[in-house]
Ligand binder design. Structure first.
Ligand SMILES: [Mg+2]
Length: 319
């Protein structure tokens, strides 16, 4: 760690915090330290604990000739991109420094010329020069404080802990609650894209579902509805077959509001008794047989269903 890059220059160290997070502004700081000032707590902010950073912040403020912190909002980051936003934040900081300086030291490898002041980009500058380390600490602590305050208004996203970074908790919160004005929408595009690809093909009943309307499914009974003792149909003794109960329960479990139970009667279209098979199995007795449903209707075939559970469904739909 060095206290200067060029001796006999007034150097201002610059760094940013929060390029990567999905939410919250990007912060930058600029610091001119007293000549020759060094301290063991002034180093790369990422290598300090939050408590150490707070102590370091006070030390910096006490020992700086000048310092400033600025931010750029998520909205602007979305509009101009994060690289340009970083330069904008740093320029805002430099503008606030009222002391004259004749060299700008920027952490990283990108800088946009500021007025006619010479600059130097230093990769890992926050571990090499005290003024850059000091800027990294100010930017980081100011941003963390900001996110902490913001998280009280939007606790669900857990910004106090994740600082707006794309953690699993943060991802889940966005997917279930959507994004806020504090989110960088341009950063969420990939997340949404990924989720879109992951989303399973909707089930048939989901495809037809209309919000607010009761969803109605039709099932065709099987011939097995009746007991056929001695090979004879006895309607009075009609009981639902296990296969039919299973069909109804499956629709109930899928969340269908109305299950419409019918007999197609395709094998005996002219048999006037075909509906009798079903009507003999009353709604009450179906419950007794372990059938589950919100609303069960029984009747003749007609069109207008959200779902038709039958391999010859097309034929029924066309009626
Ligand atoms: Mg940095």
């Amino acid at each position: 760690m060095k206290t200067f890059f060029y001796k006999d220059k007034v150097e201002v160290g610059c760094d940013e915090a929060g390029r990567g997070p999905w939410a919250g502004p990007l912060f930058a700081a600029a610091v001119i330290l007293k000549p020759g000032f060094s301290h063991k707590l002034i180093r790369d902010s990422k290598k300090l604990s939050p408590a150490q950073r707070k102590i370091a912040r006070d030390i910096i403020k006490k020992n700086a000739i000048a310092w400033s912190v600025s931010s750029v909002s998520p909205k602007v980051i979305d509009r101009i991109n994060v690289q340009k936003a970083t330069m904008l934040a740093v320029h805002r900081c430099l503008k606030k420094i009222k002391t004259d300086f004749n060299l700008i030291l920027m952490d990283g490898n990108v800088f946009k010329k500021y007025k006619d002041v010479p600059h130097k980009c230093l990769v890992k500058g926050d571990s090499r020069i005290y003024s850059i380390a000091a800027a990294s600490i100010l930017a980081k602590t100011y941003r963390d404080d900001y996110m902490f305050k913001l998280s009280k208004k939007f606790p669900i996203y857990k910004w106090a802990e994740n600082k707006g970074y794309g953690t699993a908790d943060h991802t889940r919160a966005i997917l279930s609650n959507g994004a806020t004005v504090h989110h960088r929408k341009s950063f969420l595009k990939n997340l949404y894209k990924k989720m879109k690809n992951k989303k399973k093909k909707p089930e048939e009943h989901e495809r037809f579902a209309t919000q607010g309307q009761k969803r109605k499914a039709l099932i065709d009974i099987d011939e097995t509805i009746c007991f056929y003792p001695e090979g004879k149909r006895i309607y009075e003794k009609a009981v639902p077959s296990y296969k039919n109960i299973k069909k109804i329960n499956k629709l109930y479990n899928e969340g269908w509001d109305i299950i419409y139970w019918t007999a197609r009667g395709s094998s005996q279209p002219n048999n006037p008794h075909r509906m009798e098979y079903i009507r003999k199995v009353t709604l009450d007795s179906l419950k007794k047989w372990g059938c589950k449903y919100n609303e069960l209707q029984i009747g003749d075939i007609k069109p207008g269903f959200d779902l038709v559970v039958d391999d010859k469904a097309k034929r029924i739909d066309e009626i």
